[in-house]
Design a protein around this ligand. Structure first.
Ligand code: GLU
Length: 497
């Protein structure tokens, strides 16, 4: 069997360290077996799609040195590799499922679905009530031909068990009665994840699906589709979820999770890969520092353990320090530092912002140090907004985090517009609103102009700093968080949390 692995990230938000983790194992497994590592962009959720995020996926993988053999930019025999360019393929395959009676058109309106969900909430049943499942085919054809809006749903078996194997977990069994009649094709003609992933994994001849554990519950739906098409499913290998120190799922609230953060903070890609390689796996001799080549030589998927590996930044820092000390002389580290943030171009960018604030050249140090640091000193008192409680300030920071995340571009003018709008909605003068932001971002009351400073730092680093400022003020509990989400949605509509 030719080994072909893939990662299939969705370009929404920042590329996650979990994606890097998965990419590492997919990459190593393909290379070890002389196979191919494929990158597919799953961009069918048009509401959440962001081209900045798509670019960040490419940049992150390149930075990590995980080169894809097939995918956007490099092409390959099974392209296109962006799902939005494959709509015809999904439509055709949906037709095939309809004609095999493995799928059906559902004409239920939004209102009906909402009231159904409401009515079912109390009971044990969740999911769609299969109202349209038995509409005769000719009636369904007629209604579709007359232009009645509809989606296509999968016909899940009503009885028996779905049985499949996961390479790390062995046999997994799930009653079909718990599997929903999943929507496969939406009314806008875009496929859902479930249809697209099955069709593409098959057409792209993926032999091993190595991905995060959070997808394991979707497998029965996929198995059903593989069967309906008459295809052999690939090998499934679900990696354990990365965890915070308290064993909750790794999330950006507790830890920076964006690959961009690790890059901008100055972690070395080889140290990050090495560290991710230690998540659920270890070298046979127990060595903690190892290279990609070592991993390539030694990896056996069966050896991955499921104990919920903790992603511990302190440990990663320790490993990174070993790399700096053991692999880089000062002479070798110099170009790495230049590349990271001390190159002429970057310094000039910073200087353009600092220029108007320099009195003597040595002001450069204190004025710009926040640009070259991972964290800045925070004093809760300096984070106050006149007339607002500390809880309210935390909420405001959190809302700004979500607003910044939604900005298509992190330019000074976009930031200014964002702050003006935020100030208006919150009933705050711009000056009062922005003051604590200077402090959160730069650690100092007097610094360079706020919007330029934030643009220099970039979206990810600004958000990390604002989250730290929230923590410095005491931090959110779950209840406050959901209240803030509510308030945010009242003011701005849905966000990306
Ligand atoms: N698009 C999914 C994601 O965002 C892919 C999941 C999978 O690997 O099947 O991670």
């Amino acid at each position: 069997m030719t080994v072909r692995t893939r990662i299939a990230p969705s370009p929404t938000g920042d590329p996650h360290v979990g994606t890097a983790y998965q990419a590492l194992f997919d990459y190593v497994w393909a290379k070890k077996n002389g196979g191919s590592f494929v990158l597919r962009i799953e961009d069918t959720d048009r509401e959440r799609f962001s081209s900045r995020s798509e670019q960040a996926i490419y940049d992150s993988l390149e930075w990590l040195g995980l080169k894809w053999d097939e995918g956007p930019g490099v092409g390959g025999p099974f392209g296109p590799y962006r799902q939005s360019e494959r709509l015809g393929i999904y439509r055709e395959h949906t037709e095939a499922l309809l004609s095999r009676d493995a799928a059906y058109r559902c004409f239920c309106t939004r209102e009906r679905l909402l009231s159904m969900r409401e009515a079912r909430r109390a009971g044990a049943d969740s999911g769609y009530d299969r109202h349209c499942r038995d509409i005769p085919r000719d009636e369904s054809d007629r209604r579709a031909a007359a232009g009645e809006p509809h989606v296509i749903r999968m016909k899940a078996p009503l009885e028996g068990d779905c049985v499949f194997r996961d390479l790390l977990r062995g046999e997994i069994r799930k009653a079909w009665s718990t599997v929903d009649d999943q929507v496969l094709l939406k009314s806008d003609g875009f496929p859902t994840y479930h249809l697209a992933v099955v069709v593409d994994d098959h057409l792209m001849r993926i032999s091993h699906i190595i991905r995060g554990e959070e997808w394991i519950n979707s497998v029965p739906k996929h198995i059903r589709l593989f069967e309906a098409f008459g295809w052999e499913p690939p090998v499934f290998c679900h990696l354990p979820l990365l965890r915070n120190a308290d064993h909750s799922k790794l999330s950006k609230r507790d830890n920076p999770t964006s690959i961009t953060y690790y890059r901008r903070a100055g972690f070395l890609p080889e140290a990050l890969l090495n560290y991710l390689g230690m998540m659920g796996w270890s070298m046979p001799g127990g060595e903690e520092k190892f290279t990609l080549e070592d991993m390539l030589r030694e990896l056996r998927l069966e050896d991955i353990t499921l104990g919920g590996p903790v992603f511990d930044i302190a440990k990663l820092r320790w490993l990174n320090a070993r790399y700096i000390r053991e692999n880089y002389t000062p002479e070798r580290l110099m170009p790495v530092l230049e590349n990271w943030g001390l190159g002429r171009e970057r310094l000039l960018e910073v200087l353009r912002v600092a220029h108007s604030r320099l009195e003597i050249l040595a002001d450069w140090g204190p004025l710009t140090s926040f640009v070259f640091s991972d964290s800045v000193p925070l004093d809760p008192q300096a984070l106050e907004i006149r007339g607002r409680t500390s809880d309210e300030v935390q909420e405001i920071f959190q809302m700004a985090v979500w607003r910044i995340e939604g900005l298509p571009e992190m330019t000074p003018s976009a930031l200014e517009a964002m702050f003006r709008n935020l100030g208006e909605k919150l009933g705050l003068k711009l000056r009062d609103l922005t003051r604590p932001f200077y402090v959160a971002v730069s650690g100092s009351k007097v610094s360079m102009p706020l919007y330029d400073s934030m643009a220099l730092l970039g979206s990810v680093m600004c958000r990390v700093r604002l989250r730290r400022a929230i923590d410095c003020l005491g931090g959110f509990d779950a209840e406050r968080r959901s209240r803030t989400i509510q308030r945010y949605e009242d003011l701005f509509g849905r966000g990306n949390y």
